[in-house]
Design a protein around this ligand. Structure first.
Ligand SMILES: C[S@@+](CC[C@H](N)C(=O)[O-])C[C@H]1O[C@@H](n2cnc3c(N)ncnc32)[C@H](O)[C@@H]1O
Length: 232
């Protein structure tokens, strides 16, 4: 039996969103990516990097699971996708059904993203497009990317990564960026604002960053309509 009041994952779900979902989650227009070097971290089995690359954007994904072989990653992500899809059908009340029509539609998006990622992963890993990395430490030089995107990890898993981890990870994402860091969502898996959000914003402000909370034209987890932006 699963708990009805929260969306459960063990560890971190190895699932991913599409390029189109990324644009909506981060309130981006395709033109805003043109000519920029973009980091997606953690990228998981999202197809943002693959599609952005097809569209001529210099995009790189970083994630702990890029240590895994393509076969191991394919097995795990298909398992996680099915488990998430099953829970979605049971817990429709935790979500807003406007971007996705139904649990079946949402499942199709998950499938499209991860299958596109899995096609791109073997060659992309060789080409340096998928880089194994474990936050809060990234294997990139300072200012390597113009824009850094971080979706469905920080704040969402606030029950298993503590406040210090969040701060260190956000500082690290900012270290490798020249222009902007965007983080979405700002709620935990229980759909409540993350316990680490207020403290992180206050500390980042005292350190000279200018964190801002901005609305995005996307909502799936009820109430998750905002991202954190650091303009550097
Ligand atoms: C739910 S997925 C998000 C994928 C993608 N950003 C999206 O929104 O579809 C969370 C990802 O965080 C990765 N992850 C967990 N701990 C990590 C760490 N310390 N450093 C980097 N990635 C990590 C997991 O491997 C997983 O792929």
């Amino acid at each position: 039996m699963t708990d009805e009041s929260t969306f459960e994952v063990t560890d971190c779900a190895i699932i991913g969103r599409t390029y189109e979902e990324y644009l909506a989650m981060f309130g981006l227009e395709p033109a805003e990516l043109e000519g920029r070097r973009v980091l997606d971290c953690p990228s998981g089995v999202a197809s943002f990097v693959a599609t952005a690359t097809d569209r001529g954007v210099d995009a790189v994904g970083a994630d702990v699971v890029y240590r895994w072989s393509p076969d191991d990653l394919a097995d795990r992500c298909r398992e996680d996708r099915e488990s998430v899809a099953e829970q979605l059908a049971e817990k429709t009340h935790l979500f807003e059904w406007s971007y996705y029509d139904s649990p079946t539609d949402r499942r199709r998006y998950l499938e499209r993203a991860s299958e596109r990622f899995l096609e791109d992963y073997p060659d992309g890993r060789e080409a340096g497009r998928y880089v194994p990395a474990a936050l809060p430490s990234l294997p990139f030089a300072e200012g390597s990317f113009s824009l850094v995107l971080s979706a469905h990890f920080l704040f969402l898993y606030d029950d298993r990564f503590d406040y210090e981890f969040h701060l260190e990870a956000i500082r690290e994402l900012a270290r490798v960026a020249t222009d902007e860091v965007r983080v979405y969502p700002l709620q935990g898996l229980d759909a409540e604002p993350s316990d680490h959000l207020e403290g992180s914003i206050t500390t980042l402000e005292t350190e000279g960053y200018e964190p801002a909370i901005e609305s995005v034209p996307f909502e799936f987890q009820s109430g998750s309509t905002e991202m954190l932006v650091l303009r550097l």
